[in-house]
Design a binder for this molecule. Structure first.
Ligand SMILES: *Cc1c(COP(=O)(O)O)cnc(C)c1O
Length: 414
């Protein structure tokens, strides 16, 4: 990948400025197919988790590959539709779906709603009854398994707010089966994100597949086995599990069953396809530390300060990758928070104003979590592919964008 934007990084920055998000759409294609192909022997649906990166052009790219969408708000459902994903490939998950969101999703006719509690199930039933339809649903089952990832992105323990227990799931499936307005079609779990070991996923698949078999045995018409997302990616040099082993483990647990496998990857598809390019503003050497101050900040990339996440960095100078020796430093942004750092204790060469620092693995939960904190305009987004084609997919925000919703009230007061 380094080579693919190597000749044009100066031109890119000249055209679009920094901080800038860059995405390698060819890498997205590769990731999508790598996973999809592992399930070639079965019916499967890759439902890309929009929350990792919901840029319309990026989702449209995945739609063209055949991807579905896993959405966690009505906003994401609408984005998926706008980007060209068919309703029958859209799943709606989340613990706090509101009644109007459920109504809209049912009217759109999405594949199914992933229900996370009894109260929500009753709400879906009520809305479906009002609409005079039968709502396709799945239950998110919490297998009570520790995914051994960062606590903020663990979701499959009984102490987490997500899903229902196995016992409750049985009861709710039976209830749904008897209801005139509910059609249980799927079973689902999602135990967390950035999972690096197959073990917790294998334990979950085993538990949920056993539950699926017992539900099928008593006549529930379940047709989809949804294994959630969470596939980990290397940020540094972490060992990840092989996709082949992941898929074979799932297939082995489903042997003899006629169900479609649904996989909801977010990070795996886009994480290592994205880069955040920042310009160096200043170097600042204090008694205890060397700081490199760049024009990107925690409002652009929150992961370092939110999860102590690591992003590998590259330095580009005058269009060349700089590989000279360096010293340890912290790369920090202009925001008025000590938590505003992007890299800690990385070894970088001496830097000058205008040098570029490129943060790798920034495609997932990067721009998606960006904010306007400190009245900073969110970055522009640009895509490229292996043919050298470059195209913009989001404009840099303007200050006018930032205060557009406040200005009318300011004027009304005067
Ligand atoms: C966040 C989420 C995903 C995607 O997680 P990744 O770790 O990005 O793959 C999938 N399914 C559900 C229900 C989610 O909440």
């Amino acid at each position: 990948m380094e080579q693919s934007f190597f000749p044009c990084i100066n031109e890119l920055i000249g055209r679009f400025g920094t901080p800038l998000y860059l995405y390698d759409f060819s890498h997205i294609t590769q990731q999508y197919h790598a996973l999809k192909d592992e399930f070639a022997a079965r019916k499967s649906l890759i439902a890309y988790a929009l929350k990792a990166n919901s840029n319309l052009s990026l989702v449209a790219h995945l739609a063209r590959l055949g991807s579905g969408a896993d959405c966690v708000s009505l906003g994401e459902v609408k984005r998926a539709l706008l980007a060209g994903i068919a309703p029958y490939k859209i799943i709606f998950s989340g613990v706090g779906k509101q009644e109007y969101e459920i109504r809209e999703a049912l009217k759109i006719g999405i594949l199914f709603l992933n229900v996370e509690s009894e109260a929500e199930l009753l709400c879906v039933e009520k809305v479906a009854c009002e609409l005079g339809i039968c709502a396709r649903i799945s239950l998110r089952v919490n297998p009570d398994i520790d995914p051994k990832t960062h606590p903020y992105i663990s979701t499959g323990l009984s102490e987490n707010k997500f899903g229902v227990s196995i016992d409750e799931a049985k009861r709710l499936y039976l209830y749904a089966h008897k209801s005139e307005h509910l059609e249980p079609v799927a079973i689902h779990f999602h135990i967390g994100s950035q999972i690096l070991s197959l073990e917790p996923l294998a334990q979950s698949v085993q538990k949920i597949a056993a539950l699926l078999r017992s539900l099928l045995a008593i006549g529930l018409p379940l047709r989809f086995f949804d294994v959630g997302g969470g596939i980990g990616i290397p940020y540094k040099n972490e060992q990840t599990f092989a996709l082949y082993d992941y898929a074979q483990m799932i297939l082995a647990n489903l042997s003899g069953l006629d169900v479609t496998i649904i996989c909801e990857p977010g990070r795996f598809i886009v994480g290592n396809s994205g880069f955040l390019v920042c310009s160096v503003l200043y170097e600042k050497i204090t008694q205890s530390k060397r700081f490199v101050i760049v024009d990107g900040a925690m409002n652009d990339l929150l992961r370092p300060t939110l999860y102590q996440a690591y992003h590998d960095v590259m330095v580009w100078r005058n269009g060349w990758l700089a590989t000279d020796n360096g010293t340890a430093c912290d790369v920090v942004g202009p925001i008025c928070e000590s938590g505003d750092w992007l890299a800690k204790d990385v070894v970088l060469p001496p830097l000058q104003s205008g040098d570029l620092i490129v943060f790798k693995s920034a495609g997932a939960y990067g721009m998606a979590m960006a904010s306007n904190y400190n009245s900073r305009e969110r970055a522009a987004e640009v895509a490229f592919d292996h043919t050298g084609k470059i195209w913009q997919i989001r404009e840099r925000e303007s200050l006018q964008n930032l205060w557009a919703l406040e200005l009318p009230f300011l004027q009304a007061q005067n």
